[in-house]
Design a protein. Structure first.
Length: 135
């Protein structure tokens, strides 16, 4: 059994698939940050990550999974930070637009919201989490 509390990995230049099962062998793993991955089997990655219930923090590229897959992951890692569905980036004082990022490869990279209520995304995400909790 190996030990590590924190792993930060950027694998885009390695041109290899990372077998996420390695993370299951690290019983002390609390923080996992994965950047720009080229893995092909996202379904397997989702399953493995959802089993890492000791994680306190998980960071993934916003387009690694779909919005629904991120909700599924959050439903299994309910206390893990880093899986919020929407992130406030900045407010532009010149036009009063607020910039947000919504997770999921099926969502816009940046949303510029002035009149649109971002709670729509939060409500959808929370509803999906509740649906997936029983699976």
């Amino acid at each position: 059994e190996e030990s590590a509390e924190q792993i930060k990995l950027r694998a885009d230049r390695l041109n290899i698939n990372i077998d996420f099962n390695i993370f299951k062998t690290l019983k002390d793993l609390k923080e996992l940050s994965l950047f720009t991955l080229n893995n092909l089997d996202k379904e397997k990655d989702l399953k493995v990550l959802s089993e890492l219930t000791n994680l306190e923090y998980l960071r993934l590229p916003k387009d690694y999974f779909t919005f629904k897959e991120f909700a599924y992951l959050k439903s299994k890692l309910i206390n893990t930070k880093g899986l919020d569905c929407i992130y406030h980036i900045a407010k532009d004082p010149s036009n009063e637009l607020v910039y947000y990022i919504v997770i999921g490869k099926d969502k816009e990279d940046f949303l510029y919201l002035k009149d649109i209520d971002y709670n729509v995304f939060i409500d959808e995400y929370n509803k999906l989490i509740e649906e997936y909790k029983g699976e």
